[in-house]
Design a protein around this ligand. Structure first.
Ligand SMILES: Nc1nc2c(c(=O)[nH]1)N[C@H]1C(S)=C(S)[C@@H](COP(=O)(O)OP(=O)(O)OC[C@H]3O[C@@H](n4cnc5c(=O)[nH]c(N)nc54)[C@H](O)[C@@H]3O)O[C@H]1N2
Ligand SMILES: Nc1nc2c(c(=O)[nH]1)N[C@H]1C(S)=C(S)[C@@H](COP(=O)(O)OP(=O)(O)OC[C@H]3O[C@@H](n4cnc5c(=O)[nH]c(N)nc54)[C@H](O)[C@@H]3O)O[C@H]1N2
Ligand code: SF4
Ligand SMILES: [Mo]
Length: 749
């Protein structure tokens, strides 16, 4: 009996396998239902499901393919998607590693204290959400709901943001503003009355000249942009790269300007000088659209290339030649506004200079320059009006940064640290999809805020630095296991994209959409979550714009025609800009009204002290910040960061390739881990360079723990941009520590 039973199992297993295999080839061609059943999907279910990628904010739309057993095989780009044109970047392709990562958070955790020792205990969802709801109710009763803040990056922000607004707080911030692109948005807003948006409204496809200033497209994988840049180069576009480091972009450029760090403002002012002095600006455009040209002309008179040479170390002839290249290509020129632009604290002013140059070349609103994106007007599901909070986020940071057009995350963080004058410090943080100990500079400051909290909830997919300090950890399932809000992004054509679950959530994880709705229920806020589930919500919304969830499951992305033919200005068109004067403000009245320089000025920044080097950091094409450092697919491609050191410096210090060093910064902060030296001419002698996002210290990250150095721990000095609160992070200096024992501590010698 036993034998025949064993045989039975064997045969049936084989049978199922071969049935599935036969089914695959056959049914793929015919599209019938057998495969759907085998892969655990409903009858006639698709073999591929649509998603948009969450491995970075670029949100490329793609298809998730599964095999007959329902296992994810691959993710590829959706051909109809303007963000990716059918191609994913290496990170997006490796995104499935986030789903497979065995170190993932698996179940809710609650902090407990016993005998003075803290530990996490596993909890059910009900318990964890009850715990949070009770704490939030208590904080609201004692201090007001506005004392709760949300920090968020990525898709979950929409769900938790909606919940927090219903609760009575508008203090919702992302590190993608004041730690990233904020200065450029404010610099362009005060000049053109409009922002750059994401994806950036730059017409790389048709450009004839692109200037990259500390923006390293190529290593920085703005997917669609990198594709367009490579096409533009093939079509003969001139690339001018300004970077102290020989970046990948620099290697593709006609001109590489290895600028002395922190001096870009001088270069920009001298370009403006050359373009005005030689009358290389677009006279008709300047006359018709701009305000303050005479003041600008007077202002830049002395900023000659010779003046700039003394500051930037860039040859005056090269400054003239590159200005002429821009003039020759105008108006099809992009002086790229970059993205991570929080560098030295005068960043809004630097981006104002970029905006002014753009206006002089007449490239805003012109083919090959800046186009006007169009976005669908997507109605929200009807809910009651949100309660009006007693305190706005701006009040929380005391009337500072009035020109900021988004909430300043570090402003909320600072307002959490108790001071005598503050009316109400933040008492609780909900942190979703952002590793604040890597994203915020000055970790000591962040820690001080965290220690003052009554409640810290961390929603993440991975055990990270921040989860270690949480009171409650909520494990989110990955983007491959959930629905999220409709991606509605501005582009050349309005468009929507759907993310749906390709597979069931692994472990005891849940989507943020579910968490926010459940928590809202426990807080008595169900009126703001009237939909049954995400399917109902999405279907309702899609139907408002002429499609449906059912159709979107089949097509993934839908592009709509533009309502008006206004990608570019038409010749001689009268345009009213959304500024105080209705013109492009070369001279900014907003800046003047707020007590800032109305025309950008150069200020010298601190130089590295003797024996120290400026800490420079950036991106690698196969990783995103700190979020991919443990992804098994991507660690296969790169599993640590290395330290770029100029050969002159290496010789001086006797450093060799692959030697491990630690770094110490100007404030005596020693890196927790060590990093491998890479000796290379590609970095100037006054700086060192590493990729951001490594050096994790959470031991639960089996592939990322202790691999390389975390640049953030060495960025203890912050230069705040007074205009919009951005955290300038590039004014930090490090020296080499070669004498340490590998167990962690600097050797006593
Ligand atoms: N020193 C230094 N600091 C920087 C930068 C730098 O280059 N150097 N760059 C700055 C810039 S430009 C930016 S935009 C910010 C970026 O800041 P962040 O977006 O905070 O970057 P990450 O470090 O990747 O942290 C993302 C967190 O989200 C989690 N996560 C990933 N997917 C999901 C998901 O689906 N759901 C949830 N709930 N969580 C998820 C990850 O596990 C990770 O813990 O950092 C800024 N700070
Ligand atoms: N693969 C990948 N792509 C990404 C991301 C990622 O994590 N991984 N993150 C995305 C995000 S949110 C952002 S904000 C962007 C950021 O991408 P970028 O806007 O390109 O910014 P960084 O990565 O900070 O690039 C830093 C560049 O500036 C140079 N630099 C340093 N100091 C100076 C200086 O004083 N002057 C000049 N001119 N240059 C200087 C550095 O050498 C480096 O090449 O990348 C996006 N794309
Ligand atoms: S650029 Fe790459 S990582 Fe970012 S969303 Fe697109 S495919 Fe994903
Ligand atoms: Mo960013």
């Amino acid at each position: 009996m036993a034998t025949s039973r064993r045989q039975f199992i064997k045969i049936s297993a084989l049978g199922a396998g071969s049935l599935a295999l036969a089914g695959t080839a056959f049914e793929l061609a015919k599209g019938s239902s057998i495969l759907g059943k085998i892969s655990g999907e409903k009858e006639n279910g698709p073999l591929r499901t649509p998603t948009y990628c969450e491995i970075c904010f670029w949100q490329c739309a793609g298809w998730v393919y599964k095999d007959a057993d329902g296992n994810i095989q691959k993710i590829i780009g959706n051909d109809d998607d303007q963000h990716c044109n059918g191609r994913f970047c290496p990170r997006g392709t490796g995104g499935v590693g986030q789903y497979h990562d065995e170190d993932r958070l698996k179940t809710p955790l609650i902090r407990t204290s016993e005998g003075g020792k803290d530990s996490f205990r596993e909890a059910s969802w009900d318990e964890a959400l009850d715990y949070i709801a009770e704490k939030l109710k208590k904080i609201a009763a004692e201090h007001g709901p506005e004392c709760v803040a949300l920090f968020t990056h990525g898709s979950g922000g929409a769900h938790f943001g909606h919940m927090l607004k219903a609760f009575g707080s508008e203090s919702i911030a992302a590190p993608s503003f004041a730690q990233c692109r904020g200065p450029r948005e404010v610099g362009f807003l005060t000049t053109f009355g409009d922002i750059i948006y994401s994806p950036e409204r730059i017409d790389i496809r048709d450009t004839r000249c692109m200037v990259l200033i500390g923006s390293h497209l190529g290593e920085n994988m703005h997917n669609g942009q990198v594709q367009e840049m490579s096409d533009a180069i093939d079509k003969g576009a001139t690339i001018i790269t300004v970077d102290p480091r020989f970046s990948t972009a620099a290697s593709k450029s006609k001109y590489w300007l290895p600028i002395k760090p922190a001096t870009d403002m001088a270069l920009l002012l001298s370009w403006i000088n050359v373009i005005i002095e030689n009358e290389w600006y677009d006279k008709d455009y300047v006359e018709r659209y701009t305000f303050g040209f005479a003041e600008l002309k007077e202002h830049v008179k002395t900023f000659t290339p010779e003046w700039a040479y003394g500051i930037t170390t860039i040859d005056p002839n090269i400054i003239r030649e590159t200005a002429r290249e821009m003039h020759n290509a105008a108006p099809s020129v992009i002086v790229n506004p970059g993205r991570h632009v929080t560098w030295y604290g005068d960043d809004t002013q630097r981006l104002r200079a970029v905006a002014i140059l753009t206006a002089l070349l007449g490239s805003w609103g012109r083919r090959g320059g800046y186009y006007k994106p169009d976005k669908l007007n997507l109605p929200s599901y009807p809910v009651p009006p949100f309660p009006k909070p007693k305190r706005s986020p701006i009040e929380a940071y005391g009337g500072k940064y009035v020109l900021a057009n988004e909430v300043v995350a570090n402003g909320l963080c600072d307002a959490t640290i108790p001071t005598v004058t503050d009316q109400c410090n933040f008492k609780a943080w909900i942190v979703n999809g952002t590793n604040l100990l890597a994203a915020f500079p000055n970790q000591a400051n962040t820690m001080q805020a965290i220690q003052a909290l009554q409640l810290l909830v961390v929603v993440d997919t991975m055990p990270i630095e921040l989860t270690g300090y949480a009171d409650v950890v909520l494990p989110e399932c990955t983007y491959l296991e959930r629905y999220d809000m409709i991606r509605n992004s501005g582009h050349r054509q309005p468009n929507v994209a759907l993310r749906m679950p390709a597979v069931e959530p692994k472990y005891n994880t849940k989507p943020a959409s579910w968490m926010a709705k459940e928590l809202a229920g426990k807080l008595g806020l169900s009126a703001w979550f009237p939909w049954k589930d995400m399917e109902e919500l999405l279907d309702w919304q899609f139907k408002q714009v002429g499609t449906s969830l059912e159709e979107m499951k089949r097509i993934g992305v839908k592009n709509y025609p533009r309502e008006f033919d206004d990608l570019y200005f038409s010749p001689g068109e009268d345009v009213i800009f959304n500024t105080n004067t209705g013109k492009i403000e070369l001279y900014s009245t907003d800046m003047e009204n707020e007590g800032f320089a109305p025309l950008p000025v150069y200020t010298a920044h601190e130089e590295p002290p003797e024996g120290f080097y400026r800490l420079n950091y950036g991106r690698a094409p196969m990783h995103t910040f700190s979020r991919t450092a443990n992804n098994p697919n991507l660690t296969d491609l790169m599993d640590e960061n290395v330290l770029w050191v100029n050969p002159k410096v290496a010789k001086l210090w006797g450093l060799e390739n692959d030697q491990m060093v630690k770094l110490k910064n100007q404030d005596d902060i020693l890196s927790t881990f060590a990093i491998k030296v890479r000796v290379t001419e590609r970095i100037r002698w006054d700086s060192v360079y590493m990729v951001h996002g490594f050096g994790h210290n959470n031991k639960k990250l089996s592939r990322a723990h202790g691999r390389g150095i975390n640049d953030t721990e060495l960025v203890s000095r912050v230069h705040i941009d007074p205009v919009m609160g951005g955290t300038g992070m590039r004014g930090n200096f490090v020296t080499f520590i070669t004498d340490f024992d590998m167990s962690g501590k600097e050797a006593e010698a």
